[in-house]
Design a protein around this ligand. Structure first.
Ligand code: PXG
Length: 290
């Protein structure tokens, strides 16, 4: 490996990038992050990721200590230092070291680190055959408790859902919100296709407003496919023509079975496949050059 990591203001060998046991990111999950990808020497949708990071910071009253322009340079420089053109980038901001109480005022300075690593691609077979998923009992966090729009270091809600999916032998979980409407998967947003229309849950109902989600909606509009953000239930998923998940890691991944019900004809749909093609084209040209 031997990566160079941006850690607390410096670029250091990965062995030297060590977080204190008193850091509130570790003790309480008090912090935020972004998962970003670079393709073909450009950081895809970097501005959108940084905007979301700074919005998350504002909501949890976390002073990042760097301007958004400085943070952009941190991301690009971390890629440069590691000679990466295609990368998975993890940008993390914690409340920083404090004492053993949860009071964030005891943390004098936030900690920023950025890792850029080679990317572990999902097997191409998953895109050709599609995924089987199930709905799990664990509901997505209620927005009034911990708003899922904050990309926080508290991922236990999603991890429990992932465990439940694993217990049933499938790789991903469909999570419902408190009212029983479809929310999202554990690290991906969800879309269904009905006729010439995409439907995805609105951003205020207990989901992360995914950057891949927003990109896919833009691509669909360009392709003259209708786009609707509205609540729907599992009934609508089972009876949809197509279903897919979107996220930085998975990009656009077709779903062909949900809770034992075959979606459409059981193969990745035409609209899904067209979106995958145009998404891959966009990754060649979008974002600042490294
Ligand atoms: N929902 C949740 C709960 C997520 O965590 C998405 C949707 C998709 O958002 P983006 O902006 O990526 O389209 C996410 C993103 C990881 C990893 O290492 C997780 C995410 C992104 C990148 C990497 O597990 N989650």
């Amino acid at each position: 490996m031997g990566l160079t990591v941006y850690f607390d203001g410096k670029y250091v060998p990965q062995e030297e990038a060590k977080v204190s046991v008193f850091d509130h990111g570790l003790l309480y999950g008090d912090g935020i992050f972004e998962g970003i990808r670079a393709y073909h020497g450009r950081v895809f949708k970097l501005k959108a990721h940084l905007d979301r990071l700074y919005d998350s910071a504002k909501v949890i009253q976390l002073d990042i200590g760097l301007t958004i322009e400085e943070m952009e340079e941190v991301v690009l420089e971390t890629c440069r230092k590691n000679n990466l053109k295609d990368a998975y980038i993890r940008l993390v901001v914690t409340r920083g070291p404090g004492d053993l109480g949860l009071d964030p005022r005891k943390c004098k300075k936030s900690l920023v680190f950025c890792i850029a690593a080679g990317i572990q691609l999902y097997p191409e077979e998953l895109y050709e055959k599609g995924l089987e998923i199930i709905t799990v009992p664990t509901r997505r966090n209620v927005a009034e408790a911990l708003n899922p729009r904050i990309k926080s270091l508290n991922y236990l809600n999603n991890i429990m859902a992932k465990i439940e999916a694993g217990l049933h032998g499938v790789p991903e979980a469909l999570m419902l919100n408190q009212e029983g409407y479809v929310a999202e998967a554990t690290g991906d947003n969800v879309f269904i296709v009905k006729g010439n229309k995409l439907i995805t849950p609105p951003k205020h109902v207990g989901i992360l407003e995914g950057i891949t989600r927003n990109t896919v909606m833009d691509l669909a509009r360009d392709m003259e496919v209708g786009v609707k953000e509205e609540l729907f239930t599992r009934y609508d998923v089972y009876t949809a023509d197509e279903c897919f998940l979107t996220g930085t890691a998975a990009e656009i991944i077709p779903v062909v079975k949900v809770d034992g019900r075959t979606i459409g004809n059981g193969e990745p749909g035409e609209t899904t496949n067209k979106l995958i093609t145009s998404f891959r084209e966009l990754t060649k040209v979008d974002g600042p050059e490294i």
